[in-house]
Design a protein around this ligand. Sequence first.
Ligand code: SF4
Length: 353
Amino acid sequence: MKTLEFRKKILSWYSKNRRELPWRDNPAPYNVWLSEIILQQTRVSQGIIYFNSFIEKFPDIKSLAHANEQEVLKLWQGLGYYSRARNLHAAAKQLSANNYQLPSSYKSLLKLKGVGPYTAAAIASIAFKEPVAAVDGNVMRVISRFYGINDPVNSTKGKKLIDMLSGELIDTENPGDFNQAMMELGATVCTPKNYKCPICPVNSLCIAFSANIVHELPKKIKRKKTITRYFNYLVIDLGNSLIMKKRYNNDIWKNLYDFPLIETSAYADETAIFNNPIWKSWFSGSQATILNVTDYKKHLLTHQVLMVRFYHISVPQLKNIPPEFHKTDKIDIFDLPVPKIIECFLSESFSKI
Ligand code: SF4
């Protein structure tokens, strides 16, 4: 009974309160997929801009599959979590075997690169009406509060319970709208802080609200400590070109470009950097002139805090450039996919070239 009432209330609320979003106007499978990948870890307002650019440049899966990875990463630039873009591109290629069409079932969607249970459920329910619950962080919070769940939502037991309850709650007639209504409620009403229980459509049925424990839920186990890294970038300026490098290793920013780097375990002053073997390997025997040294700037990633500083150094010429580094013409640097912090530095330092 409570389940039926919940569905009715939330669907009615959603029909009146849903935000107009470009992928909702046209919930074609590709649009739903693209929007769901973009919206992972991204605010909706920012996501709309990227979604529209992607649709304009790659209007269908085939055009995305035929793009080169650099084009895709360039368009993704600024969104972060670049593995999402690499996987999206790889999955589009995978779909060549399916005539560039997304499969319609939850199970088949899970086989695509970068498509996990949540994304597969969102696509299957919204684009193909399969009654499978899409449980993201927002939905987890709603369910955990609505049922007053005490188990941590990131524990195995808590996850199982939430999966079971969300599977029972879903409206089988209208699973796409139901899932979107749950996400929307979590994003706009049942928010982590400043939740708006008095205007919530299901407050009369909600356990956390009636027990006054909304602020205590959802419970979570604390994981992984954030680490701080210190990046001292060498922006080696050869007049018409800069030295850049593609990041191939399994660290952050894979396949994006950056500059020669001296990474230190703590703040390093200029003397420490000038005495670093990497600095010496680049500049001993050459006439290097330091044009500018920026202050350290903080850049936040999921489990890392980066403190980033740029040494802008003019060098008339360099004798030996290690093979993994490239001379890049200044007029071409804005075409390369680079991390946000590098993009800001380039825009501030070289935009007038
Ligand atoms: S009443 Fe409050 S806690 Fe319960 S679902 Fe609504 S917003 Fe969330």
